[in-house]
Design a protein around this ligand. Sequence first.
Ligand code: APR
Length: 248
Amino acid sequence: ERGSQYSPTVTAEGWPKIVILTGAGISAESGLKTFRDNNGLWEEHSVHDVATPEAFARNPELVYRFYNQRRAQLQSDAVKPNAAHIALAQLESVLPGQVLVITQNVDDLHERAGSKNVLHMHGELLSARCCHSQRRFSMKNQFDGDSRCECCTPSQKIRPDIVWFGEMPFYMQEIERSVQEADVFISIGTSGNVYPAAGLVQIANEYGAHTVELNLEPSQGNNDFLETYYGLASDVVPNYIKHYIKGN
Ligand code: APR
């Protein structure tokens, strides 16, 4: 089971002090395409064909192909966590219970780097979801025409466990509360195009957190951040995180 009873944010130490939002840019140097950069995923595929509930109802095989291709790539040996994922996992290990990673990414690179407290607000490539019960469960092999779970009626298909456009992200209550409680809010590798993720920095500012943007280039919301550092995530993230690691 994934996601249903999962409540990772409130630990013995209370709400995490450092809340980190990540986007596709943190996984770019691991070889996974981003969405809106040159030759990004949305240049090759129309969102309306592969990333909406209507697309899945209209042509599930095409949607399966899109996610099967991304699942296969993620499971290839070539794709590994990079120095940015590893720095975030180190931060969590020196500040147990104090760090939460909220990711828009559907890859498992944060977990593979060692991060424990991770919320996938847009779902996960390596799990599937029942169309009826919304039950989510780990599924590593490819979707195919016979992909079913026990409660799906023959006409219904099991769906990729991805939050599609027009659907509500997961964990939004916990996410908003943890941003309100945070002392520091760090945004990494996201263009700030998609809400509600792009609006979290406003909540952080409203509740007095110190806000930091670490990205290749200024995002849509770059003016909302108190501190910004631009460059490759594998450089700027370890560089920024080391202030916290050195002090411990
Ligand atoms: N290091 C740091 N930042 C990078 C790197 C890198 N190596 N490469 C790209 N970036 C930055 C880009 O400058 C851009 O600002 O990462 C960001 C990627 O932006 P998008 O492609 O829009 O990805 P993201 O912000 O995660 O998209 C959010 O949109 O399509 C939906 O659900 C999908 O979760 C996704 C959401």
